[in-house]
Design a protein around this ligand. Structure first.
Ligand code: URA
Length: 218
């Protein structure tokens, strides 16, 4: 489907409900667009819907979602305070990893969501979201807990990579790290970010300007 320009997140969600940009459209129950506060300062980006998410149409409703809720409560946030989305909006069969062409097909939806929500902090959960939004190949084990200012959706945001809750569920050491990284979220949300600098005037404009003579300056 073409990437339509709509003003509200709700309208954009409605426009993506019939998306057929990749093969995952064939096996899904429904598009899992995202959920939460459309004006949230904090946005989470996971990997892809699983079995329960595909059935209910809501991200992070399974075991990993319960852990996410608990981590949010630990920093005095509720699901309704934040926005939760995924790199892929449709469930890959058997919960396999997202394929590069599926990520490429789906990423305009995520970027448009970020543009419309205008979050201050984007917390990426796991490798797929972290690599996509940082534009770097560095894995989550190297970069978790290291915030980075970056421009997303035409604005500066603080990108904050975290371990994926599903990975932390069965690995106590990873859960400890995830809890410690999560505990820094209030501090990051309180940070002031400089607006993205206005672009330099384009040289092309100068080159195409009318010669001064023709403008009657001399
Ligand atoms: N894992 C994800 O990455 N996203 C979900 O929505 C659920 C589990």
């Amino acid at each position: 489907m073409p990437i339509v320009t709509v003003e509200s997140l709700e309208a954009y969600a409605a426009a993506t409900a019939g998306c057929t940009r990749c093969r995952l459209a064939q096996g899904r129950t429904q598009v899992v667009f995202g959920a939460g506060n459309p004006h949230a300062d904090l946005m989470f980006v996971g990997e892809a819907p699983g079995f329960h998410e595909d059935k209910q149409g809501i991200p992070f409703v399974g075991q990993a979602g319960k852990l996410l809720d608990r981590l949010l409560a630990g920093v005095e946030l509720r699901r309704e305070d934040v926005y939760i989305a995924n790199v892929l909006k449709c469930r890959p069969p058997g919960n396999r990893d997202p394929q590069p062409d599926e990520i490429e097909a789906c990423e305009p939806h995520l970027f448009r969501q970020i543009e419309l929500i205008e979050p201050k902090v984007v917390a990426t959960l796991g490798n797929f979201a972290t690599k996509l939004l940082s534009g770097r190949p560095l894995g989550i084990t190297r970069v978790h807990g290291q915030e980075q200012e970056t421009a997303l959706g035409g604005r500066k945001v603080l990108l904050y990579p975290l371990y994926h809750p599903a990975a932390a569920l069965y690995t106590p050491a990873m859960l400890k790290v995830l809890e410690a990284d999560f505990a820094r979220l209030p501090e990051l949300l309180g940070r002031e970010l400089e607006p993205v600098a206005a672009p330099e005037p384009e040289l092309a404009l100068v080159a195409h300007a009318e010669p001064a003579e023709q403008l009657g300056l001399f």
